[in-house]
Write a protein that binds this ligand. Structure first.
Ligand code: AMP
Length: 459
């Protein structure tokens, strides 16, 4: 099998030390973006890649870079930065560097990663020792360039990863300043999951006669994922989340919020309700984010609450459910978010909470993905009665209809026997062990119910 593995990558022109590392990593076949991009990048062409995380795009650019640097010795004799990879977030930058290290483990090349939010001294020390490949976020890179610790005069290849996210984060001016410091004669590649006008403009300025490769998995991803929406008041969202999490089928869940503050509040609330939860967002220290991610990957943490920016680029396998606690105000972000589930051919479930103020966002999303989300309903009065009294059905009050009927065809809840998103009927008794995993603490739950009735709260 090993020789077969090697021959699949060897056929693309990949040298032995790299194909050996790939075999050791268990890569059997090149992914479509690798098959298409690697020969062109090896031939030193510029490239515009429309692809998101999960397609194997990192190896698609990392392998040709490693190969080029290992076969063309540095001109000056001493080590200098010859490949530069710019990524919008620290997590993505770290992941990219890890990939370079893995694939290049049999080559004598040095990589480093620099990003903000942590002290610069260790990064500066690493740079001083000499680096061939530098992965960087734009802010810290400019900072260290300004201080004279990073010199880009010997760069032969530059990659801009997740350019659309850089745009969202306001990094485009920084990127342009970095580009101005690069040698004119160079190879450039730009990757982006979507191609808004500004990114297309940046690509046109940066790339020379690029090969364009479009591996957008949008349609496939969207088709494979079971997507549902709950119309709720803002103040009901947390109770709904706790209610949904009673089902053990929600084994590994990412909950997205629009703001850092929202992420903290949701995480705190779930923690009080007894869930194993961590939040990741830009205000958390780098170490805290890495710890949270590791524990989520290991399965110790069941729920990861994240903002779009923090979650961007993270490769987290086997996410059973994505929950959009807030709908994103940029429709493309919805596709990125739900792409976290249904990876590697698995089916996934994406649940979105939509309050009245978010209806326009939902319309944008449905227009983008060209389909309507299935409408789910929860009887909030019954949730409340159930958990205060333990006798849900007798005390049930009529369900409040917030939004009336929307579209034909997407309703499947009318007879009350619809397929539940978590295969559990609302009327199950409280001693259900699944219950205990999320709401072991009656006080916390009581608190929730009270808040639910107030219906004032906005997250
Ligand atoms: P990326 O889109 O670069 O973030 O890669 C997504 C995931 O796919 C990462 O976990 C990679 O390690 C993995 N991967 C990349 N290329 C291959 C391949 N040819 N075969 C198997 N796994 C791969």
């Amino acid at each position: 099998m090993s020789s077969n593995v090697q021959s699949n990558f060897t056929a693309l022109g990949i040298i032995e030390p790299l194909s050996r590392a790939l075999a050791e990593a268990g890569y059997v076949d090149p992914s479509p973006i690798q098959t298409r991009a690697i020969p062109f990048l090896l031939a030193e062409r510029d490239l515009l890649g429309i692809a998101q995380t999960g397609t194997g795009k990192t190896a698609a650019f990392a392998l040709p870079i490693l190969q080029r640097l290992s076969t063309a010795p540095a001109a000056s004799g001493s080590r200098s930065i010859r490949a530069l990879i710019i990524a919008p977030t620290r997590e993505l930058a770290l992941q990219i560097q890890t990939s370079f290290k893995n694939y290049g483990r049999h080559l004598p090349l040095r990589t480093a990663v620099i990003f903000g939010g942590v002290g610069q001294n260790p990064q500066v020390e690493t740079l001083k020792r000499g680096v061939d490949i530098l992965v960087a976020t734009p802010g810290r890179l400019l900072d260290l360039m300004g201080q004279g610790f990073v010199k880009l005069g010997n760069v032969t290849t530059v990659v801009f990863d997740e350019a659309d996210r850089m745009l969202d984060m306001g990094f485009i001016p920084d990127v342009r300043r970095i580009v101005a410091a690069l040698p004119k004669a160079r190879q450039s590649a730009l990757f982006s999951a979507t191609m808004p006008g500004e990114v297309a403009g940046l690509a046109a300025d940066l790339l020379r006669d690029p090969i364009r490769i479009d591996i957008s998995p949008k349609v496939i991803t969207v088709e494979r994922i079971d997507q549902r929406v709950f119309f709720v008041e803002a103040g009901q969202k947390r109770a709904l989340l706790v209610d949904l999490l009673r089902d053990a089928a929600l084994a590994r869940v990412i909950v997205f919020t629009r703001t850092k503050h929202g992420a903290n509040k949701v995480a705190m609330h779930l923690e009080r309700a007894g869930a194993e939860v961590e939040a990741i967002h830009g205000n958390k220290s780098q170490n805290a984010r890495q710890r949270a991610l590791a524990s989520f990957k290991a399965g110790t943490t069941r729920v990861l609450v994240a903002t779009d920016v923090a979650a961007r680029g993270l490769d987290i396998p086997e996410v059973s459910h994505v929950i959009n606690f807030d709908l994103p105000n940029v429709a493309e972000s919805y596709v990125h978010r739900i792409g976290r589930t249904a990876r590697a051919g698995a089916d996934g479930i994406a649940l979105s909470f939509c309050d009245p103020s978010e209806r326009a966002y939902l319309r944008d999303i449905e227009r983008l993905i060209r389909r309507s989300l299935t409408i789910e309903k929860r009887n909030f009065a019954r949730i409340a009665e159930h958990d205060t009294e333990g006798t849900p059905e007798r005390h049930a009050r009529p369900q409040k209809e917030h939004h009336g009927s929307r579209r034909q065809g997407s309703h499947n809840h009318q007879d009350g026997r619809k397929k539940s998103v978590h295969n559990r009927r609302r009327s199950e008794p409280r001693e259900d062990p699944q219950h205990a995993t999320v709401a072991p603490n009656g006080g916390a739950w009581q608190d929730l119910v009270t808040k639910l009735h107030e219906r004032q709260e906005r997250v």
